[in-house]
Structures are given as structure tokens and as C-alpha cells.
Design a protein around this ligand. Structure first.
Ligand SMILES: Nc1ncnc2c1ncn2[C@@H]1O[C@H](COP(=O)(O)OP(=O)(O)OP(=O)(O)O)[C@@H](O)[C@H]1O
Length: 262
């Protein structure tokens, strides 16, 4: 049987009296993309931070590439990577210096070639000499994606990977990530508020609310289950505790949805 890339079992995380993550379990297989969806404060970033080893779980187990991350964190860290708009790279370093730092951190042998390849593919060539702090939000996001792929990770954790990108660049970055995954069979766990991104990239969706997984399935399964035509409407049904259309109570006409109202 193929080794699962991510195995999360009964994970809980509390910050004093706040229960940020409540007993969640899920898996991600190699080559699979799974989305964590949920409103603000649902527990997505906390879950990703625990997978990265930045936060310790209160209870539960996490295996990445078959290894327990609390016991065997260091041997697997060079096989995973992440991108988040909330984690700034050192602002005074140039883009090249930042990428070189991460090449050294991950022990990349042909660092110059790797940086040249990524900056070519992600159109960063003109930015390499610029101080990272001087870049626009969208430019920083592209640098963050380059940093996330620098070690060709087997597990990629993406927190809002296309935040701040214009629709054209966002679409291009999604295609790039998909091509990377097709080539490497990396497992991707993605937290996003962009439902069309999730529909396009993800094989499976975990709907989180108040720290729990309240529903899950493929985008198609969720659309069918809620009798909806897009995930944005499913998201609103769950966020607003609307009844599922397939249950007996849900035969009433459904109220209009204001999609921009998430
Ligand atoms: N360091 C912390 N100390 C105390 N509470 C925290 C901390 N980090 C997160 N929380 C709380 O845990 C809960 C989950 O937060 P988290 O950042 O995981 O949500 P999220 O789903 O990523 O939200 P968003 O979509 O707004 O980014 C929230 O109630 C948040 O206030």
C-alpha cells in the first residue's frame, strides 16, 4: 500500500481556554491536493502551523511521510515546505539573498542553478536584486512560492497561496503549482478563501468550523450534497448553519445568497 503523505489523527490544540482545533482527523495521499476551508478563526492556520512544527499539538498524532512529527521532526523537515502571506521573508535581504539562504538551509547542492530555474519559471529575474521588503504584495507572494518550492518538497503546505495576486497571475501560479504536483506527486494541503481556486485545484475539501471538520468530500460530492452549483454557496450554507437540501427538513425554498458576504 502507498505510504500516506499526511496523517492527522484526533488533533486538538488549545490556547488557554480557546479550543482552536477540536479533534480533527484527515489524510492526504501523494499527488493529492486537500483544501482546508472555513471562516475566520475556524482553525486552518493553527492546523497548518502544527503540521509545520511551529506549534505543538495539545493532543493527537501527526505523521508526515510516515514519521511522527513530534518525535522525528528533523529528518522530515527538509522534505516539506510552505508558503504563507503572513510570514514575511527578511525585508532587508534581496530576493536572491533570501532564496540563497533557504537553499543553504535545505542543503541544496546546485543553489545557483536552482534559483535561476525558479526565477525563470516564476518570472522573478527582474526582482532578484531588489530588497524583499520593497516588493509589492503580489511580487512577495511569487517569491514566497519560489521559496516554498526551493527544495522540491514532497509535502507542500499553502496558506492562501494566491493572496494579493491579480486574477491573471493567480491563474498562472495555480497552473504552475498543478504542473509541479503532476511532475513530483507532491501532497498539497491548502488553506484558502478562494472557492474557485479550491474547485480547480483540490481533490478533497475539509470544511472547518469552530475548530472542527463539519463536512468533507470532493468538490463534486459537496455540490451534490448541498444541491449547489459552486463551493461558495456550500461554504455559506455551512457558515450559516443552513439545512442540507438532501435531508428531510430542507425541502423549503432556499433564501437568496449574497456571495460577496462571506
Ligand atoms: N497564538 C494564539 N493565541 C491565542 N489564540 C490563538 C492563537 N492563534 C490562534 N488563536 C485562536 O485560535 C482560533 C483559530 O485561529 P486560526 O488562525 O487557526 O484560524 P483561521 O481558520 O486560520 O482563520 P483566518 O481565516 O482568519 O486566517 C481563533 O479563535 C484564534 O483567535
Amino acid at each position: 500500500m502507498t505510504q500516506l503523505s499526511i496523517e492527522v489523527e484526533n488533533l486538538c490544540k488549545s490556547f488557554d481556554e480557546i479550543l482552536a482545533v477540536r479533534n480533527i482527523s484527515f489524510t492526504v495521499a501523494p499527488g493529492e491536493t486537500v483544501a482546508l476551508l472555513g471562516g475566520n478563526g475556524a482553525g486552518k492556520t493553527t492546523t497548518i502551523s502544527i503540521l509545520l512544527g511551529v506549534l505543538l499539538p495539545t493532543s493527537g498524532t501527526i505523521r508526515l511521510l510516515g514519521q511522527d512529527i513530534v518525535r522525528d521532526r528533523f529528518p522530515i523537515m527538509h522534505r516539506i515546505n510552505f508558503s504563507s502571506p503572513y510570514v514575511d521573508l527578511p525585508r532587508r535581504l534581496t530576493v536572491r539573498q533570501n532564496l540563497m539562504f533557504f537553499c543553504k538551509l535545505y542543503g541544496i547542492v546546485n543553489a545557483r542553478e536552482r534559483i535561476a530555474q525558479l526565477s525563470d519559471e516564476l518570472e522573478l529575474k527582474d526582482l532578484l536584486k531588489r530588497q524583499t521588503g520593497s516588493l509589492s504584495a503580489g511580487q512577495k507572494t511569487r517569491v514566497s512560492v519560489a521559496k516554498a518550492l526551493i527544495n522540491e518538497p514532497e509535502i507542500l503546505l499553502l496558506d492562501e497561496p494566491t493572496a494579493s495576486l491579480d486574477p491573471d497571475t493567480a491563474d498562472w501560479v495555480r497552473s504552475y503549482l498543478k504542473a509541479y504536483q503532476n511532475r513530483t506527486r507532491a501532497a498539497i494541503l491548502l488553506a484558502s478563501h478562494n472557492m474557485s481556486e479550491v474547485e480547480r485545484l483540490c481533490d478533497n475539501v475539509l470544511m472547518m468550523k469552530s475548530g472542527q471538520i463539519v463536512d468533507q468530500g470532493t468538490p463534486c460530492e459537496l455540490l451534490q450534497r448541498y444541491s449547489r452549483t459552486n463551493l461558495e454557496e456550500v461554504f455559506l450554507d455551512i457558515a450559516r448553519d443552513r439545512n442540507r437540501p438532501n435531508t428531510s427538513e430542507s425541502t423549503e425554498p432556499r433564501e437568496n445568497i449574497e456571495v460577496g458576504d462571506i
